[in-house]
Design a protein around this ligand. Structure first.
Ligand code: ATP
Length: 312
């Protein structure tokens, strides 16, 4: 049996490697489709996180090329802001204003048309993409799941993760209880061929993945889909936990989730039209205050609104 166990272990390892390779290939196709222009400079260097992960956008503009004509369509204009190490900045604004595009530029899925993006003083154009991506935990609106166990799905962020580490990450991401209620707990198959997870659950799996990778910078694109208020509170709690001592850039649709941000940027048609803390922006009585009023009125009409004092 012992003679057999080594090759079998090797086979197990190979399956895992193969799966990872297929996922990488999928990501590669996705990236090829979306960003033909981004590649490492010949003299690209490793990112050095010497200040603890400061993000700086300096007069950044961006235009997407139209798929058919190739004409450039301006999406962001003259965007400047700084997120100090360990602080949290939220981006809010109407649909199509360019919020998610800011995150994509930071993760370098595209290069800015004008201006500079720096992490700890280093322009991301001169940094190896692998080292940029290792520093940033990116939690997209719709996290992809692999047809595998929930354990594999969480551990994918870190293939050497132990059972205890995966369970701890799931606990911090507030998904541990849900997993324990599944038929085979952490061995339960999820995805197309297994148990389907809701949008909120998928996002918590992505949060657990990010926790395992332990990045200095966290980029979160809050899901637009409506979540029930309990799920929303759980996700907010998970993110607050994950955001501790990290630099956080979050695109938010529900203002209640970002009232505690150190700075809020209000984006309108590709420009920052207001910025400040929640209190300062309410006092300004402009775009943000309008959005806040609309969302709170809506929430008060909502049967699902919690009764714990929060308006959401
Ligand atoms: P939402 O709140 O609806 O998610 P957003 O503020 O995040 O919107 P973006 O997703 O950044 O907005 O999109 C900004 C604009 O760029 C939109 O008009 C969108 O249609 C366009 N856009 C987004 N992705 C692409 C793309 N890959 N190619 C061309 N145009 C795009």
């Amino acid at each position: 049996f012992q003679q057999l166990s080594v090759p079998l272990q090797f086979l197990g390892w190979q399956t895992r490697e193969l799966k990872a390779a297929l996922v990488d290939l999928e990501n590669l196709f996705d990236l090829l489709r979306r960003r033909p222009t981004v590649c490492d400079a010949a003299d690209a260097v490793e990112l050095e996180l010497r200040q603890g992960g400061e993000i700086r956008f300096e007069r950044v503009s961006f235009a997407y090329p139209e798929p058919v004509t190739g004409q450039l369509r301006p999406v962001l204009s003259d965007i400047s802001f700084r997120v100090p190490p360990g602080k949290k900045t939220a981006i809010v604004g109407g649909s199509g204003g360019g919020k998610s595009t800011i995150l994509r530029l930071l993760y370098r899925l595209y290069d800015a048309t004008e201006g500079n993006i720096l992490i700890d003083g280093q322009s991301i154009r001169n940094i190896r993409q692998s080292s940029l991506r290792a520093a940033i935990g990116f939690i997209p609106q719709e996290a992809a799941l692999f047809n595998d166990t929930i354990f594999y799905n969480i551990a994918y962020g870190n293939v050497t993760a132990s059972k205890t580490e995966v369970e701890e990450a799931a606990r911090l991401a507030k998904i541990d209880e849900t997993i324990r209620a599944m038929p085979d707990q952490y061995d339960t198959l999820v995805g197309e061929r297994g148990i389907r997870l809701s949008g909120g659950e998928k996002q918590r799996v992505a949060i657990a993945r990010a926790i395992l990778r332990n990045p200095r910078i966290l980029c979160l694109d809050e899901a637009t889909s409506a979540l029930d208020s309990k799920t929303e509170r759980e996700i907010t709690a998970a993110l607050d936990e994950l955001g501790q001592n990290r630099t956080v850039l979050v695109v938010a649709h529900r203002l209640a989730t970002i009232v505690n941000a150190d700075e809020i940027l209000v984006l309108h048609q590709g420009r920052i039209v207001e910025r400040g803390t929640h209190t300062a922006l309410l006092a300004l009585n402009g775009h943000y205050a309008d959005m806040w009023r609309r969302q709170t009125e809506h929430a008060l009409d909502d049967q699902d609104a919690p009764t714990n004092g929060s308006v959401f």
